[in-house]
Design a protein around this ligand. Sequence first.
Ligand code: ZN
Length: 147
Amino acid sequence: MAVYQIVEIGDPVLREKAKVVTKFNASLEKLLANMADTMYDAEGVGLAAPQIGVLKRVVVIDVGEGLLELINPRIIEWRGEDIAQEGCLSIPGRQGNVKRAEWVKVQYQDRTGQEKVMEGDGLLARALQHEIDHLEGILFVDKLVRE
Ligand code: ZN
């Protein structure tokens, strides 16, 4: 088990665009395992690679339904609107209301490079949108709304 240090707001790496993953190899597997360890250790529901200083399009999520690993994820369909409170492991102690799509469909690759599609609503949809934003250098505090 390896737990990474989580990068906090103010570090420029959180504002950069992450790069597409093209190699599905042992080092990707190691990154995924260590990101999952780091997420569980911090008791988060999601973690994007830039949050540990790695500018790759890799995300792990677990909203209580098991571990999801998404490589090069992108939202291909969305529906509805939902405003709820959000936090971020990179912004300790801060929470705020963010408007998200209520349902999303995401295309991604698994750890072997296989193309996949998944969909989710509620907390899972929120986590998917939050983590995919990290890959673009976007943080939830950029999207705060008043309820
Ligand atoms: Zn976050």
